[in-house]
Design a protein around this ligand. Sequence first.
Ligand code: ZN
Ligand code: ZN
Length: 399
Amino acid sequence: MLIINCNNYSDSYQWYKGNLHTHTFWSDGDAPPEITVDWYKSNEYDFLALSDHNILSTVEKWIKVHDNDPGGWPPTMTKTKLKDIQNKFGFDWINTRIKDDTLEMQLTTLDKLKIKFETDNDFLLIQSEEISDKYEKTPIHINATNISEFIPPQGGNSIFDVLQRNINAVREQRKTTGQAMIAHINHPNYEWALLSEHLINIQGDSFFEVYNGHPLVNNWGNNEKPSTDKMWDMVLTMRILKNLPPMYGLAVDDAHAYYRYKVGKANPGRGWVMVKAKGLNAEKIISSLESGNFYSSTGVLINNINQNNKSYMVYISKKTGITYTTQFIGSTHSINQKDDLDNNEIGKIFYETKTNPAIYNFTGKEIYVRAKIISDKLQENPYSKGDLEMAWTQPFVLK
Ligand SMILES: [Zn+2]
Ligand SMILES: [Zn+2]
C-alpha cells in the first residue's frame, strides 16, 4: 500500500513539512492571516492549509481594531497587532478605514497572501475550510483541504450521518471541479464527540487527526475514554476486517494563538505532517497523502520508511544525545468479530526497539502494522505538560 522508498524512483520524491489545520482572524484565530503565514514560512514549513471555520478568505471582510486587548473570547484585533503588520509588510499592505468612529482593517485574502508568500515556489498555501457542523449538541468538524468553493455544513440525522455527508460534499466538489482535494476528520476527542464506532464505516476519504495541538482535544484520552492512538487501532482493525481501506493518522496544530506561547494556548508548531511528494504543489501533496506516503510528527524526524512482504523498517533521523523507542503496533488474525471493539488484542505492541533503523519482521499473523516512534526529548511548548517528541507512521495492511 505504501510506496515509500521504492528505489527506482525515490530520487524524484522529497519530504515536505506542512500543517493542514490553521486558524486566523478569518474565524477565531488571534492573528491576521499574514502573521500566521509568516510564522509558518519563517519556521521552515513548506506548505500551510488555512482552514478557518465555515469561511473561505475570498470575500471582503473588515474587522474592528481595538485600542487594547481585553482578553477572553473571541480574540481581538488591536492597534499593536496592526502596527506589527505595518512594520513587517509596509504601511500600504493593509487597508484601513474609520466606520462609525471605529478603526477597521480589511482582512487579507488568500490570493494576496499567495502573491506575497509563494514568490520563489518554496512555499505553498492551500485553500481549506474547517467545516464546523454538529449533531444536536455534539461538535463535528471536518477539514476540507484544497477546496475550490465554500462548503456549508451539511447537517444530518446522526453523528455518523453528519460526518459522512460532509465528506461526501467534499468528494462531490472534487468530482465536479476536477480539483484534487481531501476531507479529514478533526479532533475526535474534542468534547468527547466521536467514538471509534463513528469512524469505522466512513466511506470515501479516510483521514483523521491522531494528534491535534489544541489544548482542549483530549488526545491522550482519560480513565474511561480511549486515546486517539487507541481509537486509531480500533478503527483500523475493524475497517480491515470489513475490507475497507485503512484510515490514515494526521498530526496538526489547529493553531489559534500566535501572540502568547505556553501550555494551554493553541500555539503553532506542535504537530505536522511530513509528506513525501514529487513536488511542492497541492495536487502532488494530496496524491501522496492519499497513498499514505507521509508520516505525522511532534518532533521526531524520519529519513525513510520502507515496507515489503517480510518487514517494516523505519530509518530515524537521529539527533545527538536523544534515544528513540520505536513501537510496532497492530492487530492479528485472532480478531475476527467485526464489532468486538473491547478485544484487548486490538492495537498490541508487537515489538519495541531502540535500534536505528527500527525493523520489525512480520510473523504472518498481523492484519496491519504501524509504527510509533517516541523520543526521550521533551517537546518544547507541548499540547500537554511532559509530552515527548514523537512520530507516527501509516499502517501497512497485510491481510
Ligand atoms: Zn475544530
Ligand atoms: Zn480548528
